[in-house]
Each structure stands twice: as C-alpha cells, then as structure tokens.
Design a protein around this ligand. Structure first.
Ligand code: HEM
Length: 377
C-alpha cells in the first residue's frame, strides 16, 4: 500500500523534528536586539526586567558563590538600554520603585491599597510591601511639586505671603512622607528585609563585597566594573527638597549623593540641578526680617530633620540590629554588617546628613533631632 501523505499528520506542523523529536533545535538564540525597543516607556520596562534578571543571576546562589561576569545575552542589552536611558546598568530605585507599580483599579486615585508591584524580589509579600511603601513615599512627595516651583518664583519677586504658604505646604508634605515611610513597619519584618530581600539589592565592587573588583559585562567590557546597589537614596524626592531649601552637605556626604544621581532618570537629575541653581530661598530667608517667613522656613527644615531622624530609626531596626543578630552566624558578612546598600558607613553618614540639614536654619527657632535621643550619639 502506498502512502501519499495527503491526509496524514505532518510533524513539522507541530514543531516536532524527526531527528530530535520534541527537543528545540538551536535553543541558544542570538542576543536580543534592544535597538528595536520604541520610546522611553519600553526602555524603562526593559531596564526593570533585565535588572531583576541580572541581580537574580548574580545573587541567586547566596554564599555558594557569585559569577564574576554577566553573559553577553544579559550584559549587551542591559548596557545598551542603560546607555539609551543614561542610567546605570544595575537594579536601582528607578526600577523597583519608580517603574515597578500598577493601579489595581485605574478609576481610583493612587494609594497603598490601590497599587500592586509588577516584579518582586525574594521575600514574598513582605518584599512587595517594602517596594509599595517606598512608592507611597514617592506619592506623598507629589503634593510638594507645585509649591516648590511656586516658592522659587515667590522668592525671586519678594512675595512673602506666597512663599510662606508654599513653605507651610512643603513642611506638611514632608510630614506626610514620614507617615508614608512609617508604613514600612506594617508589612516588612527586619529579618526578611535584611536576610532575604536586601542581598538582592547589593551592588558589586568594593571592600567586603563578594565581588570586590566588580563584575565583567561580557561583550561590553573585558574588565570588571563596580556599581552601587539599589537604595532609596537614589530617589529624587529628598534631594530635591535639599536643593530647594539650599541645604549643602559635607563634601563626603555630597559625594555620596552625587554617586546616586547617575541612577536617576536624566530629566529627574536635571530637575534637581535646576532647582538647586534657581532657588534663592535660603539666602532670601536669611536676609529677611519677616519672622513669619523665618518660622515657615524653619518648620520645613524641622520636618526634614524629623524625616531623617525617623529614617535613622528605620535603618537601625532594619539594618544595624538585624545585622548584629546575623553577625554571629555569618562570619563572611562581618566586615560589611553595618554598611548600607551603597557601601557607606551607615549611621555616621545618616546622622551627618541629618545634622547638616539642621544647620541650614540658624535662628532663635530651635530645630531638634530628638525624636529618639538614643540615636543622637
Ligand atoms: C526599611 C526601609 C529603609 C532602609 C533599611 C533604608 C536604608 C538606607 C540606608 C542604609 C541608607 C544609606 C545609604 C545607602 O547605603 O544606601 C539610606 C539612605 C537614604 N534613604 Fe533609606 N532606607 C529605607 C527606606 C527609605 C525610604 C522609603 C526612603 C524614601 C525616599 C528612603 C530615603 C533615603 C534617602 C533620601 C537616603 C539618603 C540619606 C539622606 O538623604 O539623609 N529610605 N537608606
């Protein structure tokens, strides 16, 4: 009997190969062509996705070892996309916070109970809460934007009434940011944050790092590159308030803030620079004899000091105490146990940043940092 094949099943229709069956031929695909991505939003989403994959690839085995290089299929598109966006090729605040959320119900306003995260790190619901709570701080900051812009103009034209109103609004916003950051306690334990989630936010390079030289982005560099890890210090919120109020930090602290800037979207960096250059508010207030104006400026400074003091409490709970618990078990992490994700020596650094904030206001109005006197060593 002769078989024509006309009515028979053709294996190729089913992606079945007579030689290798159900197996996929040439499974190793060419490097993704990132230049085909269109526009800012696609680039941002791709950066988020690749950053999660890359940090997972590097840190997935924990203490069992880290790769010294990223393969070209990750390194080439990640660096290419980062170059187009003009941000760093590593998971940063831009990814896990700024790009990483969606409305649950678009018809309702943004709030903690109406947003979800798109991508998560190890730590389950607690990790998701960490990112959501940080989105909450970004959202709380929004009501400062218009007052900030108006305040600059009001100082330029000497409109004290408007300037006072803007400063009062700004102080109230910073208080709301503190309330927002306090939500961290509602959904994240120090143990999960420190031991499960935070390792995946780590950068590469520097003393105490499992990758002291950094990592090679294969196909891009043939030498190791160092990168600061993800931190909310890369948020433009607090830095823009510093810029508006004319707060200048000590050179080493400022150097840290400057290292955070390449992790921010370029237009956001530009916003910080323009606010810093345009705002004459500090000198205007200092040379004014209007006591109401001085008091409003002082309240802004106080609110930022309070925010930074509260943040020090968070860092004490989530990093310093958590790390000292872990220190006995994990000799390996001993040398970095009190260091932040950015590799800074964390408490003196944060206290210096807070205390410089305080110094921006010199007057009879007392600006304190006594939320928790035990912190103020
Ligand atoms: C559990 C929660 C948090 C922890 C454990 C934490 C930890 C840290 C650490 C260790 C630093 C030192 C810099 C570094 O090494 O990265 C830092 C800096 C900073 N963090 Fe956080 N952070 C938390 C939440 C937040 C949130 C939600 C914000 C909101 C924007 C924030 C804003 C900042 C800022 C602005 C700095 C720079 C220091 C300053 O301006 O005084 N942090 N944080």
């Amino acid at each position: 009997m002769e078989y024509t094949g006309l009515s028979s099943i053709r294996l190729s229709d089913y992606h079945i190969d007579p030689q290798i069956g159900f197996l996929l031929r040439d499974a190793l695909m060419p490097v993704v062509d990132h230049s085909r991505l269109c526009g800012h939003r696609q680039l941002r989403l791709a950066h988020l996705q690749l950053s999660v994959i890359v940090n997972g690839y590097v840190w997935q085995d924990g203490d069992h070892g880290v790769p010294k290089s990223l393969p070209p299929c990750l390194a080439i598109p990640f660096c290419g996309i980062s170059r187009l966006l003009d941000v760093q090729p590593i998971l940063s605040h831009i990814d896990l916070v700024l790009s990483n959320w969606a409305f649950i119900d678009k018809s309702r306003p943004p709030s903690l109970d109406n947003i979800r995260v798109l991508y998560n790190l190890p730590g389950g619901e607690e990790a998701a809460w960490f990112f959501k709570a940080t989105v909450g701080v970004e959202l709380a900051f929004c009501s400062a934007l218009q007052p900030m812009v108006t305040a600059i103009e009001a100082a330029d034209v000497g409109d004290d009434v408007t300037l006072i109103k803007c400063l009062v609004d700004l102080a109230s916003t910073v208080n709301s940011m503190q309330t927002a950051v306090s939500k961290m306690h509602d959904g994240v334990s120090a143990d999960t944050f420190y031991n499960v989630t935070r390792p995946f936010l780590t950068g590469w390079g520097g003393e105490g790092s499992p990758l002291p030289e950094g990592i090679v982005y294969e196909g891009v560099n043939d030498y190791p590159v160092q990168m600061t890890g993800g931190s909310a210090a890369q948020s433009s919120t607090v830095q823009s308030i510093d810029a508006l109020l004319g707060i200048t930090h000590a050179p080493d602290i400022q150097a840290f803030f400057d290292r955070m800037k390449p992790h921010m979207p370029r237009p956001h960096r530009q916003f910080l620079d323009d606010i810093r250059e345009r705002s004459k508010i500090k000198s205007y207030v200092h040379s004014s004899s209007n006591e109401d104006l001085k008091s409003a400026y002082g309240k802004c400074i106080q609110s930022l000091v309070d925010f930074r003091s509260y943040h020090i409490q968070l860092v004490t709970k989530y990093i310093v105490i958590a790390s000292s618990k872990k220190r006995q078990e994990e000799e390996k992490y001993k040398s970095v146990s009190k260091k932040g994700t950015g590799g800074s020596s964390v408490l003196p650094f944060l206290k210096s940043s807070r205390d410089t904030t305080k110094q921006a206001y010199i007057s009879d109005t007392k600006v304190t940092s006594d939320l928790n006197p035990a912190m103020n060593s």
